[in-house]
Design a protein around this ligand. Structure first.
Ligand SMILES: C[S@@+](CC[C@H](N)C(=O)[O-])C[C@H]1O[C@@H](n2cnc3c(N)ncnc32)[C@H](O)[C@@H]1O
Ligand code: SF4
Length: 437
């Protein structure tokens, strides 16, 4: 079942869309749009066996240096295609582990970003860090470069689970990173946690949550481990017999959910938690939460520009994705081309379906009448796929009154299944799976 971090989802992008389309789409930006920027760094110092991200292990400074140089050149290519100097509301560095770039490279790239874009006064400038490879010097560099939100990969604090996933990191190293960041004035701290990992149990998850609560991050993402060893070869290092079954996974999610809610966190959408004063909790309360490739976001941008191998961009006219292989990505840049490999142009039906799916994923409800009017489409165009909602209504997962559809509060973990009823690209097998619920 797709995570609906875009619609249509990435598997439906095709090579029919390429660099020329992207250049034209960037050229269509008028300066009135809110724009955000994503930079991808596909390197880590060590591989976590569970990892499903686009990353490679390297400690070779030459290789990382070369990549940083190409990021700079891709920024130049984008700058040349832009007719205006966009105003940035959000900048996100993701990976992999973006801090594998040296502090000098990070600072130089940030300078170049500032030359191409104007930052909104309260722009969010965020980066993902791995606490095992992060020290005091990095904190100074991040604060100096203007970062104001840091997302820390925690996953689990249980030693047996950590061994089984090849990611040993003690509490003290996370505590040091948090204290250092707060000391440097970076208070907006997020943490990633996982459930469904080998040897994870309700009990050891409760202990992990108790440790996390000592550090009280403003935001927590709680992802279910996606085990796809047929496609992600290093996941074969994980002992399938040590993985929880579906009922145990639900119990694990609920245990963490309840512990966080009891501790004062607001449960947001499918998999996020935030303290009441955090921008994401505010967006959830006020109905302005959005969804992009990082999952839930407070970013209201109309256009997202992606830089780096595999990065996805979302422009008013469609989506584009850069070459995933760094050698292909570099070759395109060497040729002076925007390094786009595939994409999809949006038609009016896709725009409407995208808005419906986003409303369900971000708020659990949708007014089909209002959205069809907003998009200048006939009201029938907003109807779900024929028969797709029948079982969901029968089971009380969602209800419909007139043109309004609402997901039952207790069924929030099933938001994706309800959203899928509006996904006209859904693979017949997945559609059958959703209908068979
Ligand atoms: C790019 S990493 C975070 C930054 C840094 N590389 C680190 O791990 O500390 C993004 C997040 O994706 C999540 N993730 C990775 N592989 C996953 C999988 N197979 N299933 C679910 N979530 C996964 C993890 O929670 C991870 O923190
Ligand atoms: S989880 Fe983070 S540190 Fe671990 S391999 Fe994936 S991207 Fe790298």
């Amino acid at each position: 079942m797709p995570r609906y971090t875009s619609y249509p989802t990435a598997p439906h992008f095709s090579a029919k869309i390429g660099a020329d389309d992207y250049r034209e789409w960037l050229g269509g930006l008028t300066g009135g749009e809110r724009v955000s920027l994503y930079l991808h760094v596909p390197f880590c110092h060590q591989l976590c066996w569970y990892c499903g991200c686009n990353t490679t292990v390297t400690r070779n400074p030459g290789r990382i240096d070369r990549y940083a140089g190409y990021l700079m050149r891709e920024l130049d290519l984008v700058a040349a295609a832009l007719p205006v100097r966009p105003v940035l509301s959000h900048l996100h560095w993701g990976g992999g582990t973006p801090t594998t770039l040296g502090n000098r490279q990070l600072t130089d790239l940030m300078k170049r970003v500032q030359e191409v874009f104007t930052f909104e006064a309260d722009a969010e400038i965020a980066i993902e860090i791995d606490p095992r490879t992060f020290d005091g010097r990095d904190i100074g560099a991040l604060a100096g470069a203007g970062f104001n939100r840091v997302s820390i990969g925690v996953q689990t604090f249980d030693p047996q689970v950590q061994e089984a996933i090849n990611r040993v990191q003690d509490f003290a190293c996370v505590e040091r990173a948090v204290a250092g960041l707060r000391g440097a004035g970076i208070d907006n701290i997020s943490m990633d946690l996982l459930y469904g990992l080998p040897h994870q149990s309700v009990d050891n998850l409760r202990t992990t949550v108790a440790d996390v609560l000592e550090l009280r991050p403003a935001r927590i993402s709680l992802f279910g481990y996606a085990h796809l060893p047929a496609r992600i070869l290093h996941q074969r290092m994980i002992d399938t017999n040590a993985l929880a079954g579906p009922a145990e996974r639900v119990a694990q999610f609920e245990a963490v959910h309840d512990a966080l809610v009891d501790a004062g966190y607001i449960a947001i959408g499918l998999d996020h938690f935030a303290l009441p004063g955090d921008a994401m909790a505010v967006a959830w309360r006020t109905g302005t939460l959005r969804r992009n490739f990082q999952g839930y976001t407070t970013d209201l941008a109309d256009a997202l520009i992606g830089i780096g191998a595999s990065s996805i961009g979302s422009l008013p006219r469609g989506y584009v994705q850069n070459h995933v292989r760094t050698d292909h990505w570099r070759a395109a840049i060497d040729d002076g081309r925007l390094p786009v490999a595939r994409g999809i142009a949006l038609d009016p039906q896709m725009r409407l379906d995208r808005a419906i799916i986003e409303a369900i994923m971000c708020g659990g409800r949708v007014d089909l009448d209002r959205l069809s009017k907003d998009f200048g489409m006939p009201v029938q165009a907003a109807e779900p796929r024929p028969g797709a909602m029948k079982r969901l209504f029968e089971l009380g997962i969602a209800r419909r009154e007139g043109a309004s559809i609402e997901v039952n509060e207790e069924c929030r973990p099933l938001l994706r299944v309800v959203a899928a009823a509006f996904d006209r690209f859904l693979d017949p097998d997945e559609a059958r799976h959703a209908a068979a619920l």
